[in-house]
Ligand binder design. Structure first.
Ligand code: GCU
Length: 335
């Protein structure tokens, strides 16, 4: 459906270039980059991507700009990975779990306990000695370049029935997870029945009772209005997630070097700025949860299970080496 209407590559420049500025777009430029996002416009990544587009337009003197397509309107994340690879979309924000499915070397970045918090995560994600090769590893065969990404913050559990105090309370409960082996294992170990499903389908799944719960950060819970259909929020802190920003490799390769560097630099600024935005908006989302009568609990029972699951997932030496390199940047263990 929608893709038929989406101008592709060169045609996009002709059709969109010079248009009046629309919401979510910097289109008064020679070439408008299409960016796919799974979040609603109320999620902070939307506004941040719009600023990214503005930064690009400034830094390239109007040779490039961007248009952000929110709400998965270009496809669910799994599809958009392929569309960016094909060059039908220029860029997409996708969850760590999706990139793990394309390149298993990313797996250590998705396990419980690898990041202490979002500051530690950001230090890692800006450290070329850790991420440089990894971020380029999809270029040769998939034509995907990882520019960096956005924090997903800490993820927690929420359910329509509750409260959830221990694994026993989760027995038989269908909990939506992202399409990822790590999440399947984690929810199983925590006592629930993991149910993989695309993000865009979770609300109706909860509403229809196909799901008993899901897991996500406070901001996604609020901006997707999941509180309407799952009022019990259990602060499990099971994982600090990351969304990766993918760009089509040929798009970058075809740019002049100064423009390419400007895009990379604009992304780094956007990414770092987002860390503070995230903290502020998480506090606001938590307040909104309280205002809307969400019942929040903070049981201790899950912490040991989460810790054990995180460690047990990594088996091969390269994965363990990456995990250790990430842990070495932790302030808890450093020095
Ligand atoms: C977060 C994350 C998304 C992901 C979603 C999910 O919102 O930022 O990239 O798709 O979780 O649970 O699927």
């Amino acid at each position: 459906g929608f893709l038929k209407a989406l101008p592709i590559a060169g045609a996009g420049a002709a059709l969109l270039g010079g248009c009046a500025t629309k919401e979510g777009a910097v289109t008064d430029v020679d070439r408008v980059l299409s960016i796919s996002l799974g979040q609603a416009e109320s999620h902070p990544s939307y506004g941040s991507l719009v600023s990214f587009g503005e930064r690009i337009a400034d830094a390239t003197d109007g040779r490039y700009g961007a248009r952000v397509y929110a709400n998965n309107s270009l496809g669910d994340q799994q599809e958009t990975v392929q569309l960016v690879s094909d060059g039908a979309i220029d860029m997409a924000v996708i969850s760590g779990t999706q990139i793990e499915n394309s390149e298993p070397r990313f797996l250590p970045m998705n396990v419980a306990g690898v990041f202490d918090d979002i500051d530690h995560q950001n230090r890692v994600m800006l450290d070329d000695s850790i991420v440089g090769d990894l971020f380029a590893s999809l270029e040769p065969h998939k034509r995907l370049t990882v520019l960096g990404g956005y924090t997903q913050g800490s993820r927690h559990l929420y359910t329509s029935g509750g409260p959830i105090e221990s694994p026993d309370d989760l027995a038989g409960m269908k909990i939506r997870v992202q399409e990822s082996e790590i999440f399947l294992r984690l929810i199983r170990n925590m006592g629930g029945v993991p149910t993989p499903m695309a993000y865009s389908e979770v609300y109706t799944g909860l509403q229809a009772g196909v799901l008993d719960g899901a897991e996500n950060n406070e901001i996604s819970y609020v901006t997707q209005r999941h509180y309407e259909v799952a009022k019990h929020f259990t602060m499990t802190n099971h994982l600090v997630g990351f969304d990766f920003m993918l760009a089509n490799t040929d798009l970058l390769a075809d740019m002049d070097e100064t423009d390419r560097e400007a895009v990379r630099e604009a992304w780094k600024e956007t990414q770092s700025e987002f860390v503070e935005i995230w903290k502020r908006e998480t506090a606001e989302a938590t307040q909104e949860m309280l205002d809307r009568g969400v019942i929040i609990s903070e049981p201790d029972a899950f912490a040991p299970i989460i810790e054990e699951t995180g460690q047990s997932i990594l088996e091969n030496p390269e994965d363990i080496a990456l995990y250790d390199a990430i842990r070495a940047l932790s302030e808890k263990e450093g020095a």
